[in-house]
Design a protein around this ligand. Structure first.
Ligand code: 3HC
Length: 296
């Protein structure tokens, strides 16, 4: 194994902005890999919930014999929580933003981060809908900005897409690819921004075909999911996956993709949109394509 290049910035202190399902698990992934991590959110109760959920997850991993109690405690001890973005950013070597998928909010965060972080810090967004050029443009360091896109659930899924924009420097890409490897993930590099990146584009094709087959009465939700799992070897069927990711997130991604491409084929599928509008968001609301009320 090659030793780290001493001329490259070393990444120890991580800031994760946004304590939702993605941000909190991303923070835990870095803490488990030995980094000092701050999880920041403007909503204090979101931080408390994230802390409790992560402690439960680590407890379950210990109970299953997946890790030692000491390892879990050390990792949780490397994790701190803050509502103060400026203070949390002031010592960060690497920041990953996992806030709401609203460009205006992300741009506000990036402008604030750019003012607060040290000069060497790299700023990344976990967004799957916005290429990082859209947030790099509000910073004074576009060469140190890129997308670093984790998958749900981030503690489990190995893939992390790293997407460069035209001004991202090669050094930034080298540092980020190495960082992703050292946290035990598989980096997938995209050399240009393309709506949906790689994995969501692949997932979107399967999902829309599943929705077409179901809405035209060819097969049931359960049987389409069964085919994806038992014929294709997918861990979940497309309907189960929509419920895991959330119908709201699926619709938002499709809508944002359409806004980029202008191609009506990229619009949210009408029956997916209908589910979203009726409040059936999947696991998070207790009801999606499947009923989770009894399993919550
Ligand atoms: N959070 C953290 N860990 C979880 C979890 C969650 N929500 N759900 C399950 N796990 C862990 C379990 O603790 C277990 O860990 P262990 O192996 O250490 O015991 C492991 O995952 C397996 O869990 P289960 O045995 O309970 O269940 P499964 O074997 O069915 O696995 C799954 C669950 C990992 C979610 C699996 O079904 C899977 O890989 N599904 C596909 C997920 C996927 O495709 N994600 C990508 C979504 S797209 C996306 O995120 C892009 C974004 O832009 C929208």
């Amino acid at each position: 194994m090659s030793s780290p290049d001493p001329s490259r910035p070393q990444i120890q202190r991580i800031l994760v902005v946004g304590a939702g399902a993605m941000g909190s698990q991303i923070a835990m992934v870095f803490a488990l890999a030995g980094h000092d991590v701050t999880l920041q959110d403007v909503i204090e109760s979101g931080l408390t919930r994230a802390g409790a959920q992560l402690a439960d997850r680590m407890g379950a991993a210990v109970a299953k014999g997946r890790m030692s109690q000491a390892c879990a405690e050390e990792a949780l001890g490397r994790l701190s929580f803050s509502t103060d973005l400026d203070q949390a950013a002031s010592t960060a070597d690497f920041v990953i933003e996992a806030a709401t998928e609203k460009l205006e909010i992300k741009q506000q965060i990036f402008a604030a981060l750019d003012r607060a972080v040290p000069a060497h810090a790299i700023l990344a967004t976990n967004s799957s809908t916005y290429g990082s050029s859209k947030v790099a443009s509000v910073t004074s360091r576009p060469e140190r900005v890129c997308n670093v896109h984790f998958f749900n659930p981030a503690l489990v899924m190995k893939c992390v897409e790293v997407v460069r924009h035209p001004q991202t420097s090669q050094e930034t890409i080298d540092v980020v690819m190495e960082l992703v490897r050292t946290i035990g993930k598989q980096p997938v590099l995209l050399n240009q921004e393309v709506p949906g990146f790689v994995a969501n584009r692949l997932m979107g094709v399967l999902r829309d075909e599943a929705l077409n087959l179901y809405s035209s009465g060819v097969a049931s939700i359960e049987d389409i999911d069964a085919a994806a799992k038992t014929a294709l070897g997918h861990p979940m069927g497309p309907f189960e996956l929509m419920d895991l990711v959330g119908l709201d997130v699926n619709c938002m991604i499709a809508q944002a993709t359409y806004e980029e491409t202008g191609d009506p084929a990229d619009l949210p599928h009408p029956i997916m949109q209908k589910m979203y509008e009726s409040g059936r968001l999947g696991r998070k609301s207790g009801m999606g394509w499947y009923n989770y009320e009894t399993t919550r």
